[in-house]
Structure formats: structure tokens, C-alpha cells
Design a protein around this ligand. Structure first.
Ligand code: ARG
Length: 300
């Protein structure tokens, strides 16, 4: 199977892609040490160029509400408590990439990520140890891949043997090339061009097999064409909401309920018009660090 970079390479319909079980488990990493100590994306500094300040109490309560929202939707949530002071480890969408059992080769449940920022590299080993204690196995990509930020850039098409891979500041094209060869799957590669939309999960949220929420401005022409070709209903998020409060960093675990940052009113109404149940949560403290609903969890 191949890395697909242009829409004229799509010679299949979604119906022809084999089904695959979808995930039910959520990992969250407790926000005890969440802080802004460095800036590795455009959200982390204010307009004067200073690091933004986190209200720790507020962050803790927002995180707790998000966990409760996942639990209310009958998702099984595992919680890790990091003992080291790694201020971004709470964004646990980024350190690993889940491999469904159906395609796993050596019983690996995850591929290890390769964090782009020096400051985040230690997160991988720490969380890996905790997963290994629970019996999970890991695989690795080769040395040729230098950056690979897990589900920040890799999004499984729900219930299908098909993967969407973002290429840009945080993940190399080579990661998707290797994954497509190793697991014999099609990977649709999307180049990310816009500084604010530095992970695929900041500009594309797959809601169900035929619908996505997205921000076209974050993609080049090829990427836009690919998304329009596969999804019957690509819903454009409100531009301002996508940029300032991360409207596309939403999460739809079941094809019906969309958990999204509070205040994405225009985006919310578009989703409701096509019958999604929109659940607003406040993740404002985490948005200061460049992450919202989607990246505060790992879905596996
Ligand atoms: N401060 C973190 C970083 O820049 C935020 C990560 C947010 N994760 C995401 N998947 N968008 O790495």
C-alpha cells in the first residue's frame, strides 16, 4: 500500500477499504506539573513575547471535567500520574501512535513517538514504562524518521484500515512512508503549511466515516483536494474559532458526540445543523500551551 499525496492517486472508494475495529480506551496524564516553561508553538507566548501564565487550580479543574466528560460517554479512562516535572506531558496525544491488533506485527500496541522539541523527549520513556507495567508492547520506526508526534499528526479513519498523516513541524514524511509499508495500509499524507496549525489535530477532526471538521487554510491545494475527495461532508470550522480557540482540536469518539472547546459557537451551530450532539468543555488553560480536547488524551 502507498503514501497518497494527491487526489488523483485515490483509485478506491471508502467502501472498498477494509473495516477495522475502532478504539474505546482513553489515556489521560494528570496535569500536576502542567506549566509553560518554554515556547515551542505560537500559542505559548503572549503578544508582548512573554510566556503565558497558567492558573494551576483552574487547569486542574478543567482537566477533571474533561475526564468526567469522557467517562460520561462510557469511554474507559486510564490515568497516569507523572512523577517528573515535564510541563507538556499532559498532552498525551503526542508520545505514541496506536496500532490496531488486526495489523500489529509483533503484538505491538503502539509505535513510540519521536518528539520534535528537546524539552519533550523524556516524556516518551516515562509514559512507556507505565504502559509496559500494564502489559502493553511497543514498536519503533527506523532512524530515518527524526520527528513523529503520534496522534497529534496521525489520525485513523474511524473503523477503516486507512490513516491520515500530517507532515510538517512535528512529523516527517518518512514516518508515514514507513508506516504504510510496514503495515500495508494506505496513508493519506497532508502537508501542514500554517504556523498556528502545527499538528494535524489542530486543523482536522474526523467525526465519522463520511464527515470531518476542518480548517482548509491549514492545508495546501493537494491536501484540500484529498480531504474533499474522501469526505462526503467536510464541515469548515469558523476561521476565527479554529485559530484562536482551537475549534478543530475537538474529539468525536462515537460518530455522534463532539467534545469541543467552550465558546466555539459558530462551529457548534454548524455541527448541530447536521445532528451532532455538541458537548462544550472549557480547556482555556491548556489552549495557552497550544492544546485542547483532542490532545489532552490518547485514544487507543
Ligand atoms: N505545548 C505542546 C507542544 O507544543 C502542546 C501539544 C498539543 N498537542 C497537540 N496534539 N496539538 O508540543
Amino acid at each position: 500500500m502507498v503514501l497518497i499525496e494527491r487526489s488523483n492517486q485515490i483509485n478506491f472508494t471508502l467502501n472498498e477499504i477494509p473495516e477495522m475495529n475502532f478504539f474505546k480506551n482513553i489515556l489521560m496524564v494528570s496535569p500536576e506539573n502542567f506549566e509553560i516553561q518554554y515556547a515551542i508553538n505560537p500559542f505559548m507566548k503572549d503578544s508582548a513575547g512573554n510566556l503565558k501564565k497558567i492558573d494551576k487550580k483552574k487547569a486542574k479543574s478543567q482537566w477533571g471535567n474533561l475526564l468526567q466528560t469522557f467517562t460520561d460517554l462510557n469511554l474507559s479512562v486510564t490515568k497516569f500520574e507523572p512523577e517528573e516535572k515535564l510541563p507538556d506531558i499532559v498532552f498525551c496525544a503526542n508520545q505514541f501512535f496506536p496500532i490496531p491488533n488486526e495489523i500489529s506485527i509483533n503484538k505491538e500496541n503502539f509505535l513510540e513517538g519521536k518528539m520534535f522539541a528537546e524539552e519533550r523527549k523524556a516524556e516518551v520513556a516515562l509514559l512507556k514504562k507505565k504502559f509496559e507495567n500494564l502489559g502493553y508492547n511497543f514498536g519503533q520506526l527506523s532512524q530515518r524518521v527524526t520527528k513523529f508526534e503520534g496522534t497529534g499528526d496521525g489520525i485513523w479513519h474511524p473503523g477503516k484500515k486507512l490513516l491520515w498523516g500530517g507532515i510538517g513541524a512535528r512529523t516527517d514524511m518518512m514516518a508515514w512512508q514507513e508506516i504504510s509499508e510496514k503495515y500495508d495500509i494506505d496513508v493519506i499524507a497532508l502537508n501542514l503549511k500554517h504556523k498556528t496549525f502545527y499538528h494535524l489535530d489542530t486543523c482536522l477532526c474526523i467525526l465519522n466515516q463520511t464527515t470531518c471538521l476542518w480548517n482548509p487554510d491549514a492545508f495546501d491545494k493537494n491536501g484540500q483536494e484529498l480531504i474533499r475527495k474522501i469526505f462526503d461532508l467536510p464541515i469548515e470550522a469558523d476561521k476565527n474559532e479554529a485559530e484562536s480557540i482551537m475549534a478543530c482540536n475537538a474529539f468525536c469518539p462515537d460518530g455522534k458526540n463532539v467534545i469541543i472547546q467552550q465558546g466555539c459557537l459558530k462551529t457548534k451551530s454548524k455541527l448541530e445543523q447536521v445532528s451532532f450532539n455538541v458537548i462544550e468543555v472549557d480547556t482555556s488553560e491548556f489552549i495557552k500551551a497550544g492544546g485542547s480536547v483532542f490532545c489532552l488524551k490518547l485514544f487507543f
